[in-house]
Design a protein around this ligand. Structure first.
Ligand SMILES: Nc1nc2c(c(=O)[nH]1)N[C@H]1C(S)=C(S)[C@@H](COP(=O)(O)OP(=O)(O)OC[C@H]3O[C@@H](n4cnc5c(=O)[nH]c(N)nc54)[C@H](O)[C@@H]3O)O[C@H]1N2
Ligand SMILES: Nc1nc2c(c(=O)[nH]1)N[C@H]1C(S)=C(S)[C@@H](COP(=O)(O)OP(=O)(O)OC[C@H]3O[C@@H](n4cnc5c(=O)[nH]c(N)nc54)[C@H](O)[C@@H]3O)O[C@H]1N2
Ligand code: SF4
Ligand SMILES: [Mo]
Length: 696
């Protein structure tokens, strides 16, 4: 069934199987109830084992997004200046909009080369079709610049790949059988709700749960123990845990001998990582580290949930690489509920090449890192002359906003924004194109937090004149005269291609079944790494890594301090002594949903959590209006004074829309465009600031 089948008897209800498209590890299975062509209810699928009938607070109110009065229903052309409050819009036709784009792209290609055109997209939808198919074909064929999509997870993925061989780990569904769970740089109540359900089940069976996080997050509050280390020091903690495990001979030698490489080198490396040394770096007691290592070695099964929070500092890749060594030392992989989980992404083998067709590129193209879009738009050499933004909102989400804003404000830059709402980025667009929501288009999804392939069937026809991403790029390709047959592939052909790769990882997955059931489980064994079989060159856990050496890195795990820290830059730390973290809000998903009543009603205004000692030293009281600043910029928030943020750390839960914040700025005004050690990732939490009371 699909949106085509809109001829149901009047008043009849039907249920359509969908998948949540948002950038969340849970990738829920959803049931959409439709009556008279209108979606009237969205619920979690009861038969999906991970979703288990439950959606989060945001997506259970998805209809408020689909039918929002703020939603834009027609293509628009900006009249007037660029920037918030500047523009006025006039409605135009799709033909007009697409003709304008093609005309401008042709002219830019002739004058500057097609590489002056840049797509900018991320994870507004995680779907294979709407996220990375016809769009990529179009920009590849055009010869546009390549966007390095590294704003979220690439450092951690690079790190875990060195140790384990790929972005693989334990099955999230097994957490309920664990005896010890480390919630490490992760806040599942906010960002991984269905994993938290499993952690709760484990807790009821007697499991011990420990949070490792500089902030007493909603989840940390509900753990048995909270270890509040300094931001960006996780690698030091892990090295010192390994020191204790080896020093006290709590190692599973049999497993280590059979299934790891480089144990002798690792033992040598961690010799000087005494608990006291790490304690001084992490700002915690040495005794806490020793006890943590002992608990980790003695309670089985031992599970670690890492999330991306702890890889947003300079040494983020190395930290993940190092932590990923821990389960091997104690043989945790023997148990189905043992090991470490960052992402399940590489258990899938979607056919990205078929969907994206990199072979269509006319030749090599330059790459532009999305984390440094501000600098890229302000560069004089080889200027970017056109940006096509979809599935993303760079004005709100990219670091160092004042540069991003200055870049997008350029009068000579031709900007198209395809979105559901007039976002902060759309304020700078020359053309705005209305996008469909997940209820209105086909898609296939993988997940980074479970092991199912998901199908999304459209429940309703596109609202207004909105169009899915694939259709916009299909039409643009036709207008550009791109004659390759792949530009005519219809939606279900794309779905079939997505899961059509001949690869053992996709055995048994096929589109017809997926479409009927909404989901299929990947053929992953229980405890897949109990007897090794890691996707590294050696097939073992690599403490010592030739791959790392070939990348020009240390053969062994080590600790790299944050770039903006007293250790690395004392002069900077003297001027800006507080580290600012800006992790996710519960009621929004990055900047998505942050314009809707659910979020604005719950959050009201931007807050900054500050430790009582740091507040007192600055004459700041709870509820004061404060300014957070560094050399990059500043933003205003309301002080929440207490003990949730450890001393030396402030926390601005994110992301606010700039134009909905009191001073028109959000936390990214102060974050940096610098990149991580490996993976070229963003360093949002490697950020020193100062805070002062706003007077007058
Ligand atoms: N509701 C909601 N859900 C979301 C999102 C959202 O915006 N809202 N965003 C989605 C996205 S894009 C992602 S990538 C995922 C994951 O998003 P993540 O960025 O991993 O976010 P969290 O799971 O909130 O975990 C972050 C936790 O790490 C802590 N942290 C920060 N720095 C450090 C550090 O140096 N060391 C340690 N140990 N902890 C640190 C923070 O205080 C926070 O509690 O969540 C997704 N889910
Ligand atoms: N300070 C700070 N900044 C951060 C982070 C942080 O922790 N702190 N987290 C970072 C992380 S982890 C991430 S992943 C990024 C996220 O950055 P983005 O991926 O840019 O995420 P969103 O802000 O959700 O913006 C997605 C946009 O896509 C639109 N969209 C949704 N579906 C569709 C569709 O089908 N078609 C089209 N055309 N548009 C659609 C949405 O309406 C929304 O405006 O932000 C990063 N920024
Ligand atoms: S945002 Fe996450 S928890 Fe919420 S419905 Fe989507 S996948 Fe499920
Ligand atoms: Mo992310």
């Amino acid at each position: 069934m699909g949106a085509q089948d809109l001829h149901d008897a009047q008043g009849a209800e039907r249920i359509v199987r969908a998948a949540c498209p948002h950038d969340c590890p849970d990738t829920c299975s959803m049931d959409i109830t439709v009556r008279d062509g209108r979606a009237i209810k969205v619920t979690g699928a009861a038969d999906h084992p991970f979703t288990d009938g439950v959606l989060c607070n945001k997506v259970s109110r998805y209809l408020e997004r689909t039918y929002s009065p703020q939603r834009v229903l027609h293509p628009l052309r900006r009249v007037g200046g660029k920037g918030p409050g500047q523009g006025r819009w006039e409605q135009i036709s799709w033909d007009d909009a697409l003709d304008t784009i093609v005309e401008r792209y042709r002219a830019i290609s002739v004058q500057y080369g097609a590489q002056a055109i840049l797509p900018y997209s991320y994870a507004g939808t995680m779907g294979m079709l709407q996220g990375s198919s016809m769009d990529r074909r179009f920009f590849n064929r055009l010869g546009a610049s390549n966007l390095e999509r590294t704003i979220c997870s690439s450092a951690g993925k690079a790190g875990i790949t060195i140790t384990l061989g790929a972005a693989v780990g334990m099955d999230p569904e097994r957490f309920e059988d664990a005896g010890l769970i480390l919630i490490w740089g992760s806040n599942p109540i906010t960002s991984n709700l269905h994993l938290w359900t499993r952690v709760q089940a484990a807790k009821r069976r007697g499991a011990r749960v420990i949070a490792i996080d500089p902030y007493r997050s909603l989840s940390a509050e509900h753990c048995h123990q909270h270890i509040a280390l300094r931001p960006g020091t996780d690698g030091a903690l892990a090295l010192s845990m390994m020191h204790v495990l080896i020093d006290e001979d709590r190692v599973d030698h049999e497993w280590v001998n059979q299934y790891t490489v480089g144990y002798a080198g690792l033992a040598e490396r961690v010799k000087h990582w005494t608990p006291q040394k790490a304690a001084d770096i992490c700002g915690i007691d040495a005794q806490v580290i020793t006890q943590l290592a002992r608990d980790y070695a003695s309670v089985r099964p031992a599970a670690i949930r890492l999330n991306y929070g702890m890889q947003r500092a300079y040494g983020g890749g190395m930290a993940v690489r190092t932590i990923a060594c821990l389960p091997a030392l104690i043989g945790a992989w023997r148990d189905p509920a043992g090991g470490v989980l960052l992402t399940t992404g590489d258990f899938y083998a979607m056919d990205h090449a078929a969907l994206e067709r990199p072979d269509l590129r006319p030749g090599p193209v330059r790459s532009i890192n999305m984390c440094a879009i501000g600098d890229a738009l302000l560069a004089d050499k080889q200027p970017v002359k056109a940006v096509f933004v979809y599935n993303s909102n760079p004005l709100a989400v990219a670091p160092d906003s004042s540069k991003v804003a200055a870049g997008f404000a350029r009068a000579d830059l031709f900007t198209v924004v395809h979105d559901v709402f007039i976002t902060d980025t759309a304020d700078y667009a020359d053309l705005f194109l209305p996008a469909t929501t997940q209820l209105e288009h086909w898609d296939v999804h993988k997940s980074y937090g479970h092991l199912y392939v998901m199908a999304n069937t459209p429940a309703i026809a596109p609202v207004g004149e909105s169009l899915p991403n694939v259709e916009v790029f299909r039409r643009l390709a036709a207008r550009m005269g791109f004659a390759e047959p792949c530009f005519s592939d219809d939606d279900e052909t794309l779905c079939r291609q997505a899961v059509g790769r001949t690869d053992a990882r996709m055995a048994g997955i096929d589109w017809n079944t997926l479409k009927q059931t909404g989901w299929q489980h990947l053929p992953v064994a229980v405890a897949p790494f109990a007897n090794g079989g890691f996707p590294t060159p050696s097939g073992k856990v690599e403490f010592e890594s030739k791959v790392a050496v070939a990348m020009g890195l240390d053969a062994l795990p080590d600790y790299l301090p944050p770039r903006e820290s007293a250790a690395a830059d004392p002069a900077l730390a003297a001027r800006f002594p507080l580290t600012m973290l800006s992790p996710p809000h519960r009621h929004a998903l990055n900047s998505s949903f942050a314009n809707l009543p659910l979020f604005l009603g719950a959050e009201r205004e931007p807050n900054l959590d500050i430790n009582a000692a740091d507040a007192q030293a600055r004459g700041i009281r709870d509820g004061d209006s404060i300014r957070v600043f560094n050399d990059r910029g500043s933003f205003v928030a309301r002080a929440r004074v207490g003990e949730d943020a450890r001393e030396g750390v402030v926390v601005a839960l994110s992301l606010w829309w700039r134009k909905l914040a009191p001073d028109g700025h959000n936390a990214n005004e102060v974050t940096s465009q610098a990149l991580t050690d490996i993976g070229a990732g963003a360093t949002f939490y490697d950020c020193l600031v100062q805070v002062e009371r706003v007077t007058g």
